[in-house]
Design a protein around this ligand. Structure first.
Ligand SMILES: Cc1ncc(C[n+]2csc(CCOP(=O)(O)OP(=O)(O)O)c2C)c(N)n1
Ligand SMILES: [Mg+2]
Length: 672
């Protein structure tokens, strides 16, 4: 690249873009780690976007109608940090850039949501950002249709690299965005032909523009270092009703000795080369030095949005007091006051009627009463709507012609669905939930982990939660999934035993704001066990005594979900033989763990033998069996020890020994 020619062609632009490049070089050099090349290659695109198009106000990073900027290529985090510092975000003073990647700094290796106001999402696992952006754009469409353009009307901009586009989840995202005609979504592809292992062609020969076009996108290809071309492309992208992809031909590590090589992808720390690059740029030579006039120009860009935001605030203030309160409520992520009364009424009705239904059906019963009072819920399923029971009558379908619809047919795209739900939750004003078979949590896992890491109120409706699904067989029968989800920090995993517990779990899910929730729900019918109405949400304690021992307490049975009724039947057998048996329902381990010692001790006192019953693998159960005052030699497990099989559910429970009789036998053998 002829750096001198670039400098000469657009000197003012050049200086601004150069500040991003030199801050990146200096931060990476100071940290002695990081990724220099991507920010250096995309600095021109980012500069034009921030200068001429992005609606943002660093003084109000949470302003609801701001444009969103998502750095899907999260390894290029210094691009975002430099932009935030230069435009004047309060959470991003120069010291943060100096402390790049250090303990306690907001400038983590990859951008992390919550570390600094202005970081819209956590990225780094490639493909997640572009897949999040689909959810951001969906939330914006729904809210624009609901509130009107005066209140909601903004764009979602994404920078994605070769890696993001190679990841499978990007295909799910691109296809969904194209079909849904998300015209306010604009993706810049950093087309630098470099990844870590070499040039892109050693692993990929996809025609990316044609790929996007095939899914219904508006596509342009430009020189990613030409500010005029960048500006014109963004203008055209905004005007087009389709989602837009702008293929930006760039040079990774522009102007550095490592330009256009894989080496340029990583940490460029060589002092001489760093100085040579700065000299070629015509940049100040000092570490972290930005010329005063250049910083002032950037700060002016940052100040540009204040008037736009003020105008928005005036329009917002013109809404009725009720509407303002409702808008503020959904953006604060607060459930409506009516929610708990609604849940209580359902619980009472169900306790009295005591239906025998699958908990997936129970979940639908809850959603039928909740969706009408919570306009922020956005439901959906990955092509299993009739199985997941996620659609309720009032929702309407989200579609290019029906933008107010709150139900999304995600298609067979579990990972894309999960990532889109993260995007909706991050956008604000949305409480997404989505369903698939529990077994396919695996397919959604990459995004589910980020729901947990970011602490997003997303609810996963995972039905067909055990061998109880029957004939579909071991390919569809989750056995290790509960353990995997429970091992993931900051996810509440609910496995309710009946409709009452399902209603309680949903209440907790809908009122959570920093924790994603998984509801593990049955395909098969289960009896109502909570036949005595209690207004209190017992599931909130995570585990509780469902039925106590009569006579001397000799055994405690711990169970979740569909196995709680098995525990109750085992208790009948044992009590009939004079063995006092308590049944503890444990719908949510994580919440039980949070209870104080005194409560846990009341539920799980030392002494009696303990048997856990769950149609999954044992992994994790020892904590409740041996720990918590339990004893190894006085505890047992009734559950799965390998994969399931294809047969009717009752036969499977027999064959795998998950029965009341087997449970009673296990207790008796431990009492000997
Ligand atoms: C899911 C995932 N797999 C692997 C990585 C490790 N990784 C980080 S960057 C990168 C290469 C990305 O190439 P590209 O997007 O073209 O970035 P560039 O080299 O152009 O900056 C890889 C493999 C990752 N961050 N996420
Ligand atoms: Mg690349």
């Amino acid at each position: 690249m002829d750096i001198a020619a670039l400098r000469a062609a657009h000197p003012d632009h050049w200086k601004k873009a150069t500040a991003i490049r030199t801050l990146t070089l200096d931060a990476v050099a100071a940290a002695n780690s990081g990724h220099s090349g991507m920010p250096m290659g995309m600095a021109d695109v980012a500069t034009v976007l921030y200068e001429n198009h992005l609606n943002f106000d660093p003084k109000a990073p949470d302003w609801p109608d701001r444009d969103r900027f998502i750095l899907s290529a999260g390894h290029g985090s210094m691009l975002l940090y430099a932009l935030m510092y230069l435009t004047g975000y309060e959470d991003m003073p120069l010291q943060q850039i100096k402390d790049f990647r250090q303990w306690g700094a907001r400038t983590a290796g990859h951008p992390e949501y919550g570390h600094a106001r202005g970081i819209e999402t956590t990225t780094g696992p490639l493909g997640q950002g572009i897949a999040n952006s689909v959810g951001f754009a969906i939330a914006e469409e729904i809210q624009r249709a609901t509130w009107g353009k005066k209140i909601v009307d903004h764009f979602t901009y994404v920078i994605a690299g070769d890696g993001c586009l190679m990841e499978g989840v990007s295909q799910e995202a691109i296809a969904l965005a194209g079909m849904q005609q998300l015209g306010h979504l604009i993706v810049f592809w950093d087309n630098n032909n470099i990844t870590i292992d070499g040039t892109v062609d050693i692993a990929d020969a996809t025609n990316q523009p044609m790929r996007f076009e095939a899914s219904g996108w508006h596509v342009q290809s430009i020189d990613g270092h030409d500010p005029k071309a960048i500006d014109a492309a963004i203008t055209a992208a905004k005007a087009d009703p389709r989602p837009s992809m702008i293929a930006c031909k760039t040079h990774i590590a522009l102007g550095h000795a490592a330009q256009d090589t894989s080496k340029g992808h990583g940490a460029l720390t060589n002092r001489e080369q760093l100085e040579a690059a700065k000299a070629a740029y015509g940049a100040p030579m000092g570490d972290f030095e930005v010329a005063e006039d250049v910083l002032a120009a950037w700060r002016a860009i940052g100040a540009r949005g204040a008037a736009t935001r003020k105008a928005w605030q005036d329009r917002f203030a013109a809404l009725s007091a009720n509407k303002q309160a409702e808008f503020n409520r959904i953006y604060a992520g607060e459930a409506p006051k009516r929610l708990s009364a609604t849940i209580r009424a359902l619980k009472k009705q169900v306790s009295e009627g005591a239906p025998s239904v699958a908990t997936r059906k129970s979940s639908e019963m809850v959603l039928e009463v909740v969706n009408p009072i919570m306009q922020e819920t956005i439901g959906g399923s990955a092509d299993l709507t009739g199985s997941n029971n996620t659609l309720t009558k009032d929702l309407g379908t989200f579609h290019p012609d029906t933008r107010k619809g709150r139900y999304i047919y995600y298609g067979i795209r579990e990972h894309g669905m999960a990532a889109a739900m993260n995007g909706m939750a991050l956008h604000g004003g949305a409480k997404p939930y989505g369903g698939t078979f529990m077994c396919f949590t695996d397919y959604a896992r990459g995004a589910m982990r980020l729901s947990a890491l970011m602490g997003l109120p997303v609810t996963y409706v995972m039905t067909h939660d055990s061998i109880g699904l029957g004939e579909d067989g071991p390919t569809h029968q989750p056995v290790e999934h509960l353990a995997m989800l429970r091992a993931t920090p900051n996810i509440n995993v609910f496995r309710p035993a009946d409709t009452v517990e399902t209603a309680e779990a949903w209440e907790l899910a809908l009122t959570s704001d920093k924790t994603p929730n998984v509801l593990a729900l049955t395909r098969q019918n289960v009896p109502t066990l909570r036949t005595e109405h209690k207004t209190r949400n017992l599931t909130a304690q995570g585990g509780y005594v469902l039925a106590d021992a009569e006579g001397k307490r000799q055994a405690i049975l711990l169970a979740t979900g569909s196995e709680v009724s098995i525990a109750m039947a085992a208790r009948d057998i044992l009590q009939a033989e004079g063995i006092g048996t308590r049944v503890v329902s444990m719908p949510c381990w994580e919440l039980f763990e949070e209870q104080d010692e005194a409560y846990r001790k009341r539920v799980l006192p030392g002494g009696p033998v303990r048997v856990a019953i769950e149609a999954g693998i044992r992994f994790g159960w020892d904590r409740w069996l041996y720990g918590e005052r339990g004893k190894r030699e006085k505890s047992g497990f009734i559950g799965m020890h390998g994969f399931g099989a294809s047969a009717p559910a009752e036969r499977l429970y027999e064959e795998f020994g998950i029965t009341p009789q087997a449970t009673a036998e296990k207790v008796k053998s431990l009492l000997k």
